[in-house]
Design a protein around this ligand. Structure first.
Ligand SMILES: CC(C)(COP(=O)(O)OP(=O)(O)OC[C@H]1O[C@@H](n2cnc3c(N)ncnc32)[C@H](O)[C@@H]1OP(=O)(O)O)[C@@H](O)C(=O)NCCC(=O)NCCS
Length: 128
């Protein structure tokens, strides 16, 4: 079943160090998906943080949000000559490739828990 939704555009607030534009898909004022872009120095634009609510996936919401953002950066000459880039996951990559983006190097997520530092001999409290 495909749901009816609207798309809301949120311009940058001008109160943060970054300049972020946001598009939000919503049904009855509940967010069902969003995408963003940040305008960076040296005429660069970063596409980021695509997300669609699990109950509404594979209905074309991401594609519609993507098109709204794509239309926005092309609607006048403001961003002509800028370079657009994104870090993608396997699910978001196909749409970018479909739109002519070139595939760069792969990136692997890693993590590690920060442990308490081991006490050195001099700092170790001995109670015997
Ligand atoms: C990735 C995500 C935003 C896609 O949202 P969606 O609304 O379901 O996507 P759409 O229905 O608009 O699909 C658009 C295209 O994306 C790709 N795609 C979407 N879901 C996919 C999946 N599960 N597997 C492979 N490709 C997928 C397809 O190319 C699809 O085009 P098609 O329908 O013609 O095949 C959504 O799955 C999500 O929020 N995932 C978790 C967050 C995440 O990984 N975000 C990416 C951050 S980089």
């Amino acid at each position: 079943m495909t749901h009816m939704y609207d798309i809301l555009y949120v311009p940058p607030s001008g109160t943060t160090q970054y300049c972020q534009h946001t598009w939000i898909a919503h049904i009855n004022q509940v967010c069902t998906g969003h995408i963003h872009m940040q305008v960076e120095a040296r005429q660069k634009i970063k596409f980021l943080d695509a997300w669609v609510h699990e109950d509404y996936r594979r209905q074309g919401i991401y594609r519609k949000l993507w098109e709204a953002r794509w239309d926005f950066i092309h609607k006048d000459e403001e961003y002509k000559g800028y370079k657009v880039y994104a870090w993608c996951k396997p699910m978001s990559l196909p749409l970018l490739l479909e739109n002519g983006f070139e595939r760069g190097e792969e990136c692997v997520y890693v993590e590690k828990e920060i442990m308490k530092p081991k006490p050195t001999g001099e700092q170790c409290f001995v109670s015997c």
